[in-house]
Structure formats: structure tokens, C-alpha cells
Design a protein around this ligand. Sequence first.
Ligand code: PRP
Ligand code: ZN
Length: 284
Amino acid sequence: MLKIAIQKSGRLSEKSLEQIAESGISVANGDRKLVAQASNFPIELLYLRDDDIPQCVYDGVADVGVVGENVLLETGCALDIVERLGFGKCRMSLAIPKSEKYGGLTWFNGRKIATSYPKILQDFLDRHGVQADIHHISGSVEISTGVGIADAIFDIVSSGSTLISNGLKEVDTVVHSEAVMVGRKVALGQEKAAILEKLLFRLHAVQKGRKNKYVMLNAPAASVEKITAVIPGMKSPTVIPLAQEGWCSIHSVLPEGQIWEIIDQLHSLGAQGILVMPIEKMIL
Ligand code: PRP
Ligand code: ZN
């Protein structure tokens, strides 16, 4: 049994559960108990406060945990990043009232900065030789300047709307963060390592599926060569003759980020009836 710590509620909890579900693992936990076992895979989920996850993994209460890099950095726990999960992307930035003139980091000398991440901030200030007063608060950091308890804030920025609605402007990005799976590889043992490997295999299949699209199109037989040069596919594209003489159907897998560019090319090469479909899982 592999014990996985995930955030009980908050920015990463829903996505963490979603990835587990998409890996075909069923965990029933209607009443959000502290611990829940999967019915069809040897894992157990521990629902914890995100700030507690690194230490719990370090102490062996959980074998691995899903947590934001921001929390991992702040706790300073010596854990391995087993996997970058690609969701919960955000940055950690310094922000000041938008009316302030900002000429660089020296602005912060002698100022008071409110944050829930004093360690990350202190490390950053030390590296840049800035002497500021860090005011540690556990939440609602964004209102600190408005109520006069600080001159600036250091906090998570995702869409940026929290800053805007509090009259703040982002002036320096300290670090980028995303959800990561953390663990202690040496401490796992053979059985748990095997379960983890099986879980990662499934996560990779889901992630790869997300990054690619299945594309089907019809093409005149004369253009097949040119078209297949544009869409390489996993091995090579599938080409199937259509009932209508002189026409083929071509199927391939294409990277999501290039879809529109490739469609434009396909179109100009005479492709018709182009269908783009999501891929649920992809194993190479
Ligand atoms: C963070 C941060 C901001 C908000 C920024 O809070 O403290 O309040 O997200 O996001 P935005 O740029 O999209 O507006 P979080 O949601 O993690 O909750 P918490 O502060 O209660 O931990
Ligand atoms: Zn938190």
C-alpha cells in the first residue's frame, strides 16, 4: 500500500483528485475523512493541510505527497521531486501599491513586507542584499498594504486579479511554482516503489494524452505524400483508402500546441473534413 498525501482543500486538491481519477483509480471519500483507500489500486490517500504535507512525507507518515513547490520551498524539507505534475502553476512575486514609483529592488530597503512565505522571501532578500522587515501573516496578505500593516507584499500570483483588486502592482518575480509529487526515493522499499512506478506510468499516459490531439482528415490520393510529411504521427500516419475512388482518410496524432499551424498547412494541401479529437490516454 502506497500512502499519498494530498491537500484537503485549496488550490491543488481538486486537480490532484482529478489526476488520480483519470488514472483509473477509484477513491470514495464522500465525507472527506482523513484517510481513504482506493478500491482498485493499492494506494491510500491522506487529506492534509498543504503546509503539513512535506513534513509528513519526510517523517514517513505518507510515502509521497502532492504539494506546490512554494510550500516545499518554504518548509525547506529535503525531499525529492518525484514528478512535476503540470498543474497549479503560479509565481511568487513582490508587489507594491500601484501609485508607488519603483526603481528596482533597493526600493524595499527599510520597508515592511507582509507574506506567508518568510523563508523564501528572506533567502531572496539576502541573495540580493536587501534589508527589509518581513511581517509574517498566515492569510489575506493582499490586504496588508491597504490596512497599513505593510508597505509591500510577497505572495502567490496566478491570474493576477487579487493584486489588481487590491490596488497592487507586481514588481519582481522571485520564483515559479507548480504542483509536484514529492517523496524520499531511498526510503520507499521495493513494493512501494513498484506501486509508485505503476502510478507514474498511468499519470504519464494521461499527461501525454492531454498534450496531443487525434486528427482525422480526408485527402485526395495525389496529396497523401505531401500531407503525411506535415503530420508525422506516433510512428507514421495511418492512411486508409475511402470508398470514393481517388480519396484517402489520414489519421495521426499531433502536438496540441501546433494544431492550428498544421491545420492551415493541411487545408492548403487540399485536406477536407478535418476532425480534431481529444486523447484520453497515450502510451508510446
Ligand atoms: C493565493 C494568494 C492570492 C491568490 C492569487 O491564495 O494568496 O490570494 O492566490 O491568485 P490570483 O493571482 O489568481 O488572484 P490561495 O488561493 O492559495 O489561498 P490562501 O491565500 O488562502 O492560501
Ligand atoms: Zn495554505
